[in-house]
Design a protein around this ligand. Sequence first.
Ligand code: NDP
Length: 325
Amino acid sequence: SPAPAVVTVTGAAGSIGYASVFRIAAGEMLGPDQPVALRLLELPQAIPAAVGTAMELDDGAFGLLKSVEVLDDPRKAFDGANFGLLIGARPRTKGMERADLLAANSSIFASQGEVINEVAADDIRVIVVGNPANTNAAVAAAHAPDVPAERFTALTRLDHNRAVAQLAHRANVDVGEISRVTIWGNHSATQYPDIFHARVGRRSGAEYAADREWLVDDFIPTVAKRGTAILEARGASSAASAANATIDHVRDWVLGTPTDEWTSAALSSTGAYGIPEGLVSSFPVRSVDGRWEIVEGLEINEFSRARIDASVAELQAERDAAFNR
Ligand code: NDP
């Protein structure tokens, strides 16, 4: 069998990390033939909890799991890493301004970018989950000049999956009948879930989008505010669905997206769709030969354009705040 893939998970003792690592060990992320070596990176105060998680991983007796290490030193955790799941981030605490949150996180992600640049494997692929995910990914990429910027991505797959599920409910079809949904922009309340190009069984998403009242007052806000709704219902933030989406993102990146379909991921913009180069924005993407490609040439109507532009403006403001701290 192939050499183990080194997978570094930051914030591994947190709720999303905890919901991710068992599925990675079970082969759901990299496939049933790929052994994995897990590195759990945590802050010193969370090391005991991460050790407990490592004990449970042992107790899973996963055939593919070749080793588990618990580390508080990023340099050791990313040494030779093939995949970086950057889940740990500074949470917004009471009374904290958005600018303070951006500053705290941009210093975490700047130093992780530097370390990845120095010690990770040449084929390192990064997904940022910790918020503000898009901007954190842009900061990490900027501090890793030897790693192609396209290898620093951010998670919008959860938003994508939420949009697919909501559209399936509306159309009363199985989720498997839905394809070509797109999340544009930032992983935040300004994100724009676009169904104009979607396929809904034999119908077109545009037919559903024609019901503007449903689109504007129901679908878009339900997708964008789903995290808050779950937090209110569970009394805890969405963790298993975020972990599931993270695994979907990496699995598709490595193993490819189905022909003729696409998914959503936040990538460094190439300038496509007029989105300024270097902003990490969500796009319609395909994974071909282990690389994400932006699906180009989609017609963007006025309704969509205004919403994409609003989310991109927010990304620009976040980037300015993060880089000019
Ligand atoms: P979670 O595991 O619930 O969340 C981790 C991050 O993911 C947060 O930034 C959170 O953003 C973000 N996130 C992105 N999408 C979602 C989503 N759909 N639902 C919920 N969260 C989402 O946080 P915990 O507090 O349980 O765990 C974080 C862990 O990270 C802690 O154990 C901490 O010690 C560690 N940490 C590690 C660092 C490191 O390794 N260097 C640095 C900082 C923290 P949001 O806050 O906006 O919900």
